[in-house]
Design a protein around this ligand. Sequence first.
Ligand SMILES: *[C@@H]1O[C@H](CO)[C@@H](O)[C@H](O)[C@H]1NC(C)=O
Ligand SMILES: *[C@@H]1O[C@H](CO)[C@@H](O)[C@H](O)[C@H]1NC(C)=O
Ligand SMILES: *[C@@H]1O[C@H](CO)[C@@H](O)[C@H](O)[C@H]1NC(C)=O
Ligand SMILES: *[C@@H]1O[C@H](CO)[C@@H](O)[C@H](O)[C@H]1NC(C)=O
Ligand SMILES: *[C@@H]1O[C@H](CO)[C@@H](O)[C@H](O)[C@H]1NC(C)=O
Ligand SMILES: *[C@@H]1O[C@H](CO)[C@@H](O)[C@H](O)[C@H]1NC(C)=O
Ligand SMILES: *[C@@H]1O[C@H](CO)[C@@H](O)[C@H](O)[C@H]1NC(C)=O
Ligand SMILES: *[C@@H]1O[C@H](CO)[C@@H](O)[C@H](O)[C@H]1NC(C)=O
Length: 613
Amino acid sequence: MSSYLGKSKTFSQLLSFVLTCHLFLLIGMIHSSPPENPIKCSSPSNSNCTVTNSIGEFSDRAICRVSNAIYPRTEQELIAAVAMASKNKTKVKVATRYSHSLTKLVCPDESPNGNLIISTMYLNRTLSIDNSTRIMTVEPGVLLRDVMSQAAKFGLALPASPYWWGLTVGGMISTGAHGSTLWGNGSYVHDYVIGLQIVTPASPDEGYAKVRVLDSNHPDIKAAKLSLGVLGVISQITLKLQPLFKRSITVVRENDSDLATRATTFGKEYEFADITWYPYQRRALYRLDGRVSTNISGNGLNDFTGFRSTLTLALAVVRSSEETQEATGDANGKCISARVTTFALRISGFGFTNDGNLFTGYPIVGYQNRLQASGSCIDGSPDALITSCPWDPRINGNFYHQTTVNLPLSKVKNFIEDVQTLRDLVPEAFCGLELSSGIWMRYIKGSNVYLGTDEDSMDFDLTYYRSKNGSTPRLFEDILEEIEQIAVFKYGGIPHWGKNRNVGFIGAISKYKLANEFLKVKESYDTSGVFSSKWTDQILGLDQSGVTIVKDGCALEGLCICSEDIHCAPQKGYVCRPGRLFTSARVCTDINRVAMDITPVLFEEEDLGFSDM
Ligand SMILES: *[C@@H]1O[C@H](CO)[C@@H](O)[C@H](O)[C@H]1NC(C)=O
Ligand SMILES: *[C@@H]1O[C@H](CO)[C@@H](O)[C@H](O)[C@H]1NC(C)=O
Ligand SMILES: *[C@@H]1O[C@H](CO)[C@@H](O)[C@H](O)[C@H]1NC(C)=O
Ligand SMILES: *[C@@H]1O[C@H](CO)[C@@H](O)[C@H](O)[C@H]1NC(C)=O
Ligand SMILES: *[C@@H]1O[C@H](CO)[C@@H](O)[C@H](O)[C@H]1NC(C)=O
Ligand SMILES: *[C@@H]1O[C@H](CO)[C@@H](O)[C@H](O)[C@H]1NC(C)=O
Ligand SMILES: *[C@@H]1O[C@H](CO)[C@@H](O)[C@H](O)[C@H]1NC(C)=O
Ligand SMILES: *[C@@H]1O[C@H](CO)[C@@H](O)[C@H](O)[C@H]1NC(C)=O
């Protein structure tokens, strides 16, 4: 304690953090403002529009303009919209109610005869649900939240899904969204899809559009489940569910000295295992999470703190505090903030409660529909912006990059050891990550879709500070760039289609053995390519210009890998250098910071007066 108080110049900052964290936890029933529609049109007839995503900017900061937006409410209206685009050869894309992809999968290319966006906002009905066959059929715009709650009313559950429920079924399967499991039917949402209807362009005598009905035996379903939206518009999705079950969740905090070996086997021990790794703090949180008998008592609820409505004022304090730390190079300040944030999250049980009200300790036992995902910040009435989702672009809140790469289990050990080596060289470089949930690791079971991972693997999710100004370098820019390049190039990791910066997609398509099968289906479904854009052609390897954008400062935002200093920010001391460990990497290094040879002060939570639970 005394060593900390003696050395720190940032006590007031710490105090403001503690206060902020308390505010986070105390948010009650104050009016929340739900996220805005990412499609905004300047004319009342839904023309002259822009489309963006939930954080307000795509990974390359492109502004996506569309001439017309259409909101079909039935499959017939959807067919008419696709027919119009197909007949006119108008570029078209599909957007969802909240639009969560960081990459611009929703952007149709601009052209002189206009372009079109189709929203699935009102295609959000549950069409049927049968608890004898356990089959549920939904329209593509139904939210994960609603799948969970409606299935539960019929005694059914979707076993695997992302943890954030503001995603639509169509969006989840089209981008390969997943939960964490190596067991049973798998971790991808599409592993539970047994049928689809998709509206695609068609010949003039077919009326320019048609509905294709694909059951689980149809060969094209391997393309249509995870399609990145380039085949057409999904109009119906049929899910095969399981009987509603209970889970028991315990989060255990351990040191990370055996993480590299343990991570390769932990996923086989618990059905819904995942790991949150805090490299700077040398800790890993192991989630011991699996099914239990429904006769075990417990009515636990997951309302994850990070997905709750939060006071916009508090969010702004947190953000501006991080902006100040970035601007002043206050690495230790970030490390203290990281410790306080992770401590506050941990003692509050990450938003888990044992009975819907209080967190009194592990295990959390409850029904699948109450534990698998959360996202209460999307509820509320649009009358005030006192609270919002933490990343709402209308406030100065979270703004981040996300690097999410999937590695086969056979490579997980070496990758973790590499990250640990970098951590030992520059521990404080990892504090920024720890402000946003550390390195989050989930297990993925191999799946047979053409654009999915076909072997058991682990997904590494890194969320980190992004400046509002694309030409401003980040603190320890070089270390995260090196990790990104180690994951993607040294170990051949594949990027999550809906996350990542451009660098993550370099050579991605060549990592899929059956990519050609996917492209054949795309050719036959959308012969004139109205559902394709320059971006989807680039990531699918059809546009030889590739995914990188070379310009001054391009490496700062992951638009390119630097090859010259000018791709970094030489005027601010950031120059292009080899990686420290992976010497083929090229990263933007702050020469002043390297020269400073700082020795960080390592803080333990105990130093801050916190004790273990
Ligand atoms: C389209 O909207 C922009 C603002 O978003 C406006 O400046 C422009 O004048 C509009 N164009 C037309 C043709 O309405
Ligand atoms: C399609 O073309 C027709 C006739 O050329 C035109 O009236 C209509 O506005 C066009 N629709 C779109 C979406 O471009
Ligand atoms: C469908 O979405 C609309 C617009 O967000 C909403 O008003 C409506 O309640 C939703 N319907 C269902 C069945 O969820
Ligand atoms: C099926 O769902 C209905 C309606 O919620 C319910 O009454 C019935 O008990 C359920 N049957 C089973 C086997 O869960
Ligand atoms: C899940 O696995 C079971 C047992 O292997 C199988 O019967 C069922 O069809 C699978 N479900 C799906 C959606 O493939
Ligand atoms: C990490 O924890 C293990 C037991 O879980 C222990 O044996 C080891 O000494 C610990 N390492 C450090 C560096 O604390
Ligand atoms: C709970 O259910 C299991 C079977 O699922 C049964 O073997 C066990 O006896 C039950 N326990 C209690 C306390 O009812
Ligand atoms: C970003 O920062 C640079 C200087 O580093 C400045 O020239 C530029 O105007 C800023 N851009 C924005 C959009 O603020």
